[in-house]
Design a protein around this ligand. Structure first.
Ligand code: GSH
Length: 234
């Protein structure tokens, strides 16, 4: 059976990492059985690309949620996306990139850099550490995130600019979803695993960030997450 390596649940969600929640949701959507080995820091150190999630499937280890999904499609078929034409695939990929390569960094800023976010993130992500690691690791990890934000470019903006950029992504997502049940229409597809991974991680975490408050202005986003949850996590 596929072994899914990811962080421990946090914030009342199956995973507080949008990429981990994306992959677990994909496995459920595609009805692929998987097991969740208990998380410990050694797994993150052993991660082939230094990030979660990754899977072990028999003799194969595959890292990166999107590359894992490509591998799963090639190995077990593509029940979720095989109905889409080339234009729909192009649109879905563009939304995925908006979520993963842009909105993600605004979320990272609110969780790791803004003081209210850090006050929640630190205990939620590092509770398993005991002293002295619990004093040393969290500030180092936070510094690493600040560096990554700066390298990406998002971290060079002011707080107001970052929130405005993230909010415009959320407005676009809400406008595109509109009254549709799923992002690409009547039928769910792998983009919905990505969207759920990110939107649940904004709407359902106890951090009242500007991004969350903005997302709450669009009731279709909450309805969408509830729809995904009741269909795939009942
Ligand atoms: N492109 C990767 C991104 C994964 C990613 O950024 N994972 C973060 C958690 S959201 C992580 O493991 N961070 C740990 C670290 O950077 O040390 C994917 O799709 O899997």
């Amino acid at each position: 059976m596929i072994q899914l390596y990811q962080f421990a649940p946090a914030f009342g969600l199956p995973n507080a990492s949008p990429f981990c929640l994306k992959l677990e949701t994909y496995l459920r959507m595609a009805a692929l059985p998987y097991a969740l080995p208990p998380f410990n820091m050694r797994e993150l150190q052993a991660a082939p690309k230094g990030k979660m999630p990754y899977i072990v499937d028999g003799t194969r280890t595959v890292a990166d949620s999107s590359l894992v999904i490509d591998y799963l499609k090639a190995s077990y078929g593509d029940p979720l996306d095989d109905w889409m034409n080339a234009e729909q695939r192009a649109v879905a990929l563009a939304w995925q990139r908006l979520l993963e390569e842009h909105l993600y960094w605004a979320v990272v800023y609110t969780r790791w850099i803004e003081p209210d976010g850090w006050a929640l993130t630190r205990p939620a992500f590092f509770r398993a550490l005991s002293a002295p690691l619990s004093w040393i690791v969290p500030p180092l990890a936070r510094r690493g995130m600040a560096k990554a934000l700066h390298s990406h470019g998002m971290g060079r903006h002011s707080r107001e600019e970052i929130n405005a950029l993230g909010c415009s992504d959320l407005t676009a997502l809400a406008d595109f979803l509109g009254d549709k049940p799923y992002f690409m229409g009547e039928q769910p597809c792998s983009l919905d695993a990505v969207a759920y991974g990110f939107l649940a991680n904004l709407l359902w975490v106890p951090l009242e960030s500007a991004l969350k408050l903005h997302a709450q202005k669009y009731p279709q986003l909450e309805r969408y997450c509830q729809r995904m949850k009741s269909r795939y996590y009942a």
